[in-house]
Structures are given as C-alpha cells and as structure tokens.
Design a protein around this ligand. Structure first.
Ligand code: GLN
Length: 515
C-alpha cells in the first residue's frame, strides 16, 4: 500500500533523562502543541523556524501515531523541504500579513488531492494512485505559506461516522484509544487533538468535520456550500460536500477558512462572494439572538451532553446573547432524507471507479466481468451498501417515491431553517447525541451509526455553515463534548464570533489528552 514511516520500538535507558531535558526546553519541544496564532507569532519573531515546527509534528507522529493511527502516510522529506522554503521566505522578509499560514504544518484528509502525494480516499480501489494536481483548497493553503503534509485516515469515500470504514486501519480517539474518533474525518480530528499537526483539512457531507471535532475535543468548521471550492475534493455527494477545517481554537479555524475560501472558476457551485477577514474576532456577542431548536434537546440525547449544552447556553446568555426558543419541525425527517440524497449522488459519483477510467483493475473475460471484479474487490461493505441503495432510489419506478420525495422534504427542511433565521442570528445545538462510543460498538448496525449525525445532517441539506467547539467533558470516562453553532448561508463571521466569545470565557479548548 502506501509508504508508512512508523517508529519502531524505542529502547534504551537514555530515553527518560532525554525526555526530562526536552521538557525543560518547552518552547522547542512543544511546537506541535501551539495554535496557529502562537506559532506564527514565534516564527515572525524568528524565535523558531518552520523546520523546527514541522520536525516537532513529525516527532509527535513517531511518538503517538502507533496508538492513534491518524496518518495513512506522510512524506517527511517533502514536508521539511516545504518548511525550508517557508524559512527562506521569512528570512527574506515575508510576513504573516501577506501569507497568514507561512510555516504552519497542516495535514490533509485522504479525499483532497495534493500533487505528487497518494490519494486513496481510504479505499483499496484507488490502488497506487498519486494525484497529478492540487485541489484548489490546497493551492490556496500553499499560497498562504502552509506546509501541507500527510494523508489522514477516514471512512472509505467519506461514508461513515467512526472511521471504522477505512480499508486500511481504524483511527483511535486520543482521549480513549478504545473509542472511535468520529468520522468520516476521524484522522483529521485525531491528528489535531493529538498535536500531530497544527491544523488539518477534512470534508463535511453530513457532519464529517463537526462530529469528529466534537468527539475529539477540537474545533471543526463546515463552511457554507459554495464558500470553499470543491475542485480536487473527491466527490461523495456533490450537493452536500464541503471542505472544512480542524483547529485547536476558533481563531485558527477562522485563519484557515480565510486562506481556503473564495470563488473558483473550476467549481461552478463556488460562489463569487468576497472573503472577509474572518480572524478579526471581537469577543463581543452582546445583543446577538441565538435560537435553541426545541427538537434538538429531546430523547436519545445523553444526559451529560444535555447538561453541558445547557451550561453552554447559559454562558452565552451571560455574555450578552439573547436566547430564543425556535422550532425546526421537519428535523425528524433529516436523517432519512439525507441517506436517500447522499446515496443517490454517491451511486452516480462512484461509477467512475470501474477499473477503466479510475481504479485498480482486476481483469475479466469481458468488460462486465472486469467491472464486477474490480468493484467487488475494490470497495468495502459500506460503500457497496450505499451504491446499491443509491441506485435503487434512482431507478425507474422508485425515483418518484424516494428520490423526488426526499428532494421535496429537503426543501421543507430548508424552509424551517430560513424561517428560524428570520428570528435569530444563529442556532445553538449539541453537535452529537453522545460522546465517543467504543470501537466496534455500532459497526454491525448501520442505522444506529447513521443516527450519530442526527444534529449535523440538516446543515448540509440546507447548505448553511456550522462550527463545533469543545464545551465540556463526560465524567467517567472523561470524553469531550461539542457545542454546535449553525449560521445563515455565508454567516461564517457570526458563528466564528459566537464560538470565539464562548471559547474566551471557558477553558474547554485548552484541555489536551494525556498521551
Ligand atoms: N456520517 C455521514 C455519512 O456517513 C456523513 C459523512 C460525511 O459528512 N462525509 O454519510
């Protein structure tokens, strides 16, 4: 498969004294733990180099990724070469005002194309495919000076909520390695939570950025549909997919969004709307109206999650926001609607992986046999389940009953949100109904797994934006809980402002897992 560079067993009595020496020089040893703002401040003052920052991330990967398994592969030489380029630019007088991510190591979900690097979507079907080009979001990250490195694990083709559907490995939650990190961008969330990178990119079709961010205790931002170009993002469900980012705090998420957002003529659904300075965060939310959807705080919600969300809402009120009860009456239909539309689009999008246009070919006596063998061997069980379901709901005789009806319900769900947004500036909800569950717990029950996205899915059906920020922990075991803030289409500035103000007044985003 891919080039894996993992640390072998570390031996020797020198390790402990060495660790103590390292711990004394915290600024050097802990560069991987910094936020983007902290790291860029030190880079700008030339206290540290980009090479040291990248090396710190590579060292952390060596130290912990054998347990976390967030990375499918990474190219250390290429990352260090990019770091050297950043250091040269800094030495030549380049500033973070011009290049906001100059020298910042950012890791990438294995569904976004990076030139010269493997692109597998955590699937066997892509074989040894290496991307010949950069996705627009990657081009933009590089233009902003970021060191783009690593291929992060995910559910195969972004289908799943636990990262257990990867064809290669299961990623573990850094807070409890017996538990899932969420999905489908589980590798992206775990890598940030475990300080293996400073920030990461993922994709969110039904919650795949916000849900794993909540379960791993980091910030996850899903931009409005059309805000970030999808060019170079391997398509799962094109009307729902959006590239998003993971970060250690809200300001960092704002900085990454500012770098990757914007119109792109290569994605006809990207919107030509100016990109504001998202990172200009005031910390003030006085007078903002926040809606609390009554359908989101009922049955199935874990009591500890409920408590954390209620406390967060109180905190937002203390900060001067006005809390308003709202209703999203079609909430109950969101999961069913999503799984019809997403699978229908997936069945069409994945048709290209046939061993002829794309895919690791398994030969057959005729084209049909070649096609069946290639797809039979290349796709995992969940991907096959969804292709079959999606093909069924689009087939003649069932199209009207399922696909068309789902599209109509999608419109009703959209109207719910538009009406709510007439009364309020944003909505606050739990990100997930429970904290991280155990590896294997829901693996045999797809319907239970689908319910993990119950609070995140509507946002994709509607096309608006959302963010998840840490808002507490369960008691025993200690697992992170996420608060979701949903905004109007192109309302990123508002949700970032709310998340940031909340974060400034609470300690949750500062907690790190003990690894
Ligand atoms: N868990 C949802 C699914 O399996 C969402 C995945 C995603 O957002 N990519 O489709």
């Amino acid at each position: 498969m891919l080039t894996k560079r993992r640390l072998g067993a570390q031996g020797g009595s020198l390790i402990l004294p060495f660790a103590i020496v390292l711990a004394t020089f915290t600024t050097r040893a802990m560069l991987n733990q910094l936020t983007i703002s902290e790291l860029t401040a030190r880079l700008a003052k030339r206290e540290v180099t980009a090479r040291e920052a990248v090396q710190a991330c590579l060292d952390q990967i060596q130290r912990v990724d054998g347990r976390i398994r967030a990375f499918l592969s990474y190219d250390a030489a290429d990352a260090l070469a990019q770091a050297d380029t950043a250091d040269q630019a800094l030495a030549g007088g380049a500033t973070h005002a011009e290049k906001p991510l100059l020298g910042v190591p950012i890791a990438i979900k294995d569904v976004i194309a990076v030139q010269g690097q493997p692109l597998n979507c955590a699937s066997k079907i892509l074989g040894k495919f290496v991307s010949p080009y950069d996705a627009t979001a990657i081009e933009k990250l590089k233009a902003a000076g970021a060191v783009v490195f690593g291929r992060l694990n995910m559910d195969e083709f972004a289908m799943g909520s636990s990262t257990e559907n990867s064809a290669f490995q299961v990623t573990c939650n850094p807070w409890d390695t017996a538990r899932i990190p969420g999905g489908s961008s589980g590798g992206s969330a775990a890598a940030v939570a475990a300080d293996e990178c400073i920030a990461s990119l993922g994709s969110d079709t039904g919650g795949s950025v916000r849900q794993p961010a909540a379960l791993c205790g980091c910030v996850g931002l899903k931009p409005t549909y059309g805000r970030v170009s999808r060019f170079g993002l391997v398509a799962y469900a094109s009307s729902l997919d959006q590239i998003g980012c993971f970060a250690k705090d809200t300001r960092d998420a704002a900085t990454v969004l500012g770098a990757i957002a914007g119109h792109d003529s290569r994605d006809s659904t990207s919107v030509p709307q100016p990109v504001p300075n998202y990172a200009a965060l005031t910390g003030d939310i006085k007078g903002l109206k926040l809606g609390l959807p009554k359908e989101y705080l009922v049955g199935g919600l874990d009591p500890e999650v409920k408590q954390a969300i209620e406390a967060a809402v109180q905190q937002l009120a203390k900060l001067g926001a006005e809390i308003v009860d709202v209703s999203l009456p079609h909430t109950d239909y969101a999961v069913a609607t999503y799984y019809i539309i997403a699978t229908a689009e997936a069945s069409a999008n994945l048709a290209r992986f046939d061993g002829i246009r794309y895919g690791a070919r398994v030969d057959g006596a005729d084209p049909t046999e070649l096609y069946c063998r290639t797809r039979g061997a290349g796709f995992g069980a969940e991907v096959k389940r969804r292709i079959i379901l999606g093909t069924y709901v689009l087939s003649s005789g069932y199209y009207d009953a399922y696909y068309l009806r789902a599209q109509k319900v999608r419109t009703l769900i959209r109207q719910d949100f538009l009406q709510a947004f007439e009364q309020v500036d944003a909505l606050v909800t739990p990100t997930t109904p429970t904290a991280a569950f155990k590896i294997g717990e829901k693996a045999d029950d797809p319907l239970q797994m689908y319910l993990a996205d119950i609070f995140t899915i509507s946002c994709n059906l509607v096309g608006n934006c959302g963010i998840s920020v840490p808002c507490g922990f369960t008691q025993s075991p200690k697992l992170p809980i996420g608060l979701q803030v949903l905004g109007k289409p192109f309302g990123e500035e508002t949700i970032l402002r709310i998340a940031h103000a909340y974060e400034q007044s609470t300690p949750w985003h500062l907690k790190r897992p003990a690894l």
